[in-house]
Design a protein. Structure first.
Length: 326
């Protein structure tokens, strides 16, 4: 592998063109191939960002033999195309969700394990600067002393007229993934919902901690509203506002405060949002032969929790969260 990993991208739509292509060079990669069923879009992005345009995935892989492949299309296609890439011998990074269902994500995880290759999912919150600091801070404490986690997270109105673009799967999944990353596996969940637009979720973690999530699509994309509170035994707590501002208190006294001089959590920095940081980690992981903090099995567990929330809201019952082993 050269100093600059050779990367191919599948998908040339709006999200990838804003959040992936522009960051590749900054992350230290060389774009060698762009694949999209719409040849015109593939040609456009190859012209703008580099590489050769393709409309056939397997042809691109055979001709370019990249060090890694990024797939940014949709959850069904993520689970359909990632195995093709893995079976041809290439590490793969997909946008979230990793699949349309937990079962499909687990199948991809098993294929990745059998191939002995990295498959990672772009859950940006795991790489965001504030939640990276939260994970680091929590690592100083025994998880048995974790008390509670609370989340308030909302978006603009979703149509909720198809599963792919439902609020809970497309937007709420970011924080569903984050709670497991910060506090560990969830054991039980109970959820109320107002249709597909709003969810009040209670969580019990395997380590005994408890949590709550207020998720809804009745606010705005232009005015971020994201509040997370973490509490650990002994007067230790961390408050995170809009993924960018935080306050840490230890032994009942404020010990750290971070407030950026300008409001940048809307996306001015790839490390503030996590979009650049997750690509950097993917490139480092394929060079170093290691996993990432959002590997496909971790993503599978997030899909299990997502399905448990949806099931509980529909049935009005507590749901046990059960993860299958690879």
């Amino acid at each position: 592998m050269s100093t600059f990993p050779r990367i191919a991208i599948v998908g040339a739509g709006g999200l990838s063109s804003r959040r992936i292509y522009p960051y590749l060079a900054t992350a230290g990669a060389q774009l060698v191939g762009v694949c999209d069923l719409d040849q015109e879009r593939a040609t456009r992005n190859a012209t703008l960002f580099g590489g050769t345009a393709y409309s056939d995935l397997e042809r691109m892989l055979d001709e370019q033999k990249p060090d890694g492949v990024i797939i940014c299309i949709g959850p069904e296609q993520h689970a359909e195309l990632a195995p093709i890439v893995l079976k041809k011998g290439f590490p793969v990074y997909t946008e979230k969700p990793p699949a349309a269902s937990a079962a499909a994500a687990l199948e991809v995880a098993r294929i990745a394990k059998e191939a002995g290759l990295l498959c990672t999912t772009a859950f940006k919150k795991r790489y965001n600067i504030a939640y990276s600091r939260a994970k680091e801070w929590l690592s100083a404490y025994d998880p048995a002393n974790f008390y509670s986690l609370s989340v308030d997270y909302a978006s603009d109105q979703y149509g909720n007229d198809c599963p792919r673009f439902s609020f809970l799967l497309d937007f709420g999944l970011h924080l569903i993934d984050l709670v497991g990353y910060l506090f560990g596996d969830v054991a039980r969940v109970f959820a109320f919902s107002k249709g597909l637009d709003a969810y009040a979720v209670s969580l019990q973690f395997a380590n005994g901690a408890v949590g709550s999530m207020n998720l809804n699509c009745g606010r705005s994309f232009n005015i971020p509203t994201e509040e997370v509170e973490l509490t650990v035994k002994g007067g230790n707590f961390m408050t995170i506002h809009n993924s960018s501002i935080w306050r840490i208190s230890e032994n009942g006294k404020t010990s750290e405060w971070r407030e950026p001089p300008t409001f940048i959590s809307g996306g001015d920095s790839g490390y503030e949002t996590g979009h650049l940081a997750e690509i950097v980690d993917f490139l480092a992981a394929i060079q170093e032969g290691r996993t990432t903090r959002s590997n496909i099995y971790e993503s599978y567990k997030s899909m299990v929790l997502y399905e448990a929330i949806a099931q509980s809201a529909e049935a009005g019952q507590v749901v046990d969260v059960v993860y299958e082993e690879l």
